[in-house]
Design a protein around this ligand. Structure first.
Ligand code: ADP
Length: 165
């Protein structure tokens, strides 16, 4: 049976840190599903379907990765329906570790055979977060080292660039 991994997140927007995790994570599973999970507490820059398109463009070269959106329930429910073997999540620092530990426990309480695999962020990208990038982009700062080129273009379409001022 195929080993399916699920990488859930907001991906608003996809960063080079996420992409690195997807590339490395894709080697752990037969199939890796990047799941754009709608977070009720975070206001989005991109609509869930726009995020899916941006991720699909960025992962085009990785054969066993697909992208889906899920807004109908808990990630644990999706996991069970897919017969997945693990959730993949990233850890950048101690704060992430605390946060991810709590989510892992809550998920396990929904479905007791659910496993969470935590992967350390690449040194190069561990400072990156979608929320910081949104802040820099809002003020038309340079985000070219932080997101894939297609995401940068989509953000610049929304906010413009410094050259426009
Ligand atoms: P969520 O709202 O579910 O936290 P995010 O899109 O912010 O969604 O993050 C999804 C996952 O990716 C989380 O596990 C997060 O820790 C991880 N992640 C975020 N940024 C990075 C990064 N720069 N490097 C590695 N992992 C990251």
């Amino acid at each position: 049976m195929k080993k399916i991994g699920i990488f859930p997140g907001s991906f608003d927007p996809l960063t080079l840190g996420h992409l690195d995790l997807i590339e490395r994570g894709s080697k752990l599973f037969d199939e890796l599903i990047v799941l754009v999970a709608v977070n009720t507490t975070k206001k989005g820059l991109f609509k869930p379907n726009e995020r899916v398109t941006l991720i699909e463009e960025a992962v085009k070269g990785i054969k066993n990765v697909s992208v889906e959106v899920y807004s109908d329930g808990l990630v644990a429910t999706y996991y069970r329906n897919k017969n997945a073997v693990a959730l993949l999540r990233g850890v950048r620092n101690a704060l992430d570790f605390e946060y991810e530990s709590n989510i892992a426990i809550i998920n396990r309480k929904q479905f007791e055979s659910l496993e969470t695999v935590l992967m350390y962020a690449n040194e190069e990208y561990r400072y990156l977060s979608s929320s910081m990038i949104k802040e820099v982009a809002y003020f038309k700062g340079d985000i070219s080292d932080m997101v894939p080129p297609n995401v940068r273009m989509a953000i610049e379409e929304k906010y413009g660039t410094l050259k426009d001022i």
